[in-house]
Design a protein around this ligand. Structure first.
Ligand SMILES: [Zn+2]
Length: 274
């Protein structure tokens, strides 16, 4: 009986590995980026400067999630993967996520991030709302507003596949919070609760906004660690914080960071309770 169980488990893991390996296939590489097929009708675009985009294809339309930074002629690159009419949706208006919107006539983002959007963009800006859906044909992508990293941060969820594309809403191991314009830590706690609720209702995989650092999808444990850590920061009992040495123009002078399990929060010590 024990032998059988072991054998079955081993077989299961071998098959799971083979399926994952078969799907995770590099399909395009140039000096700026690599595109890998993650699953049926799903690709991740990883730029050499560690930004990330996702391409999701339906029967009638496709969606490009974020536009990265270092990618010459991004519109033509995307056409090599999908030729269907394209929705270009920006998870939030930070330069490493909306860097190439100039290649597209029209984009979608949450109105609360308008203040951060590059003013030189000449195309049409469509605002998305919480709960709004994009019908790609046999594939529905839904918007969930999850503010904190930026006021207009959204995640895009696909209830059928259980996938979520999260931008920087929950970071990629490390989330930068309390950037300008400042969102209170409580806003992040509420966004984590909303994500945990989505994960109790069919969402299983979170594909983050800087995939090259992690090379995997996050599960609910990661979000729960993030929320627990944010609550501990507000309650004054978080693990000891250390200075974060990266200089970011929209962050406070001396950002601090603290870690719980696989989750790290970068924050402004002056604004924990505000
Ligand atoms: Zn960001």
């Amino acid at each position: 009986m024990m032998m059988n169980l072991k054998f079955n488990l081993l077989t299961f893991f071998l098959i799971a590995f083979a399926v994952t390996a078969a799907f995770a296939q590099e399909v395009l590489k140039n000096s700026d980026l690599t595109i890998t097929k993650l699953d049926k009708n799903l690709w991740v675009v990883e730029t050499t400067d560690m930004t990330t985009m996702y391409i999701v294809e339906g029967h009638e339309k496709s969606m490009l999630i974020d536009t990265g930074t270092k990618c010459k002629k991004l519109d033509e690159v995307v056409k090599q993967i999908t030729q269907k009419p394209l929705y270009v949706v920006i998870t939030h208006a930070h330069g490493d996520h909306d860097g190439n919107i100039r290649f597209f006539d029209e984009i979608y983002l949450h109105a609360a991030d308008t203040v951060l959007l590059d003013k030189s963009y000449k195309g049409k800006v469509n605002f998305v709302k919480d709960g709004q859906v994009f019908d790609l044909g046999g594939r529905i992508i839904e918007v969930a507003h999850t503010p904190a990293h930026t006021p207009g941060s959204i995640v895009l969820i696909d209830r059928k596949t259980g996938n979520c594309y999260s931008g920087d809403a929950f970071g990629s191991g490390q989330v930068w919070l309390q950037l300008k314009p400042l969102s209170p830590m409580q806003t992040y706690i509420e966004s984590c609760k909303k994500m945990e609720n989505l994960m109790d209702n069919g969402i299983t995989k979170i594909y983050c906004g800087h995939y090259p650092y992690v090379k995997k999808a996050y599960n609910k444990k990661y979000i729960t660690e993030m929320r627990t850590l944010a609550e501990a920061l507000v309650n004054g009992n978080a693990p000891k914080a250390t200075p974060h040495h990266q200089k970011v123009s929209i962050a406070c002078e001396n950002p601090m960071m603290t870690t719980l399990g696989g989750a790290t929060i970068v924050f402004d010590p002056e604004h924990i309770k505000k």
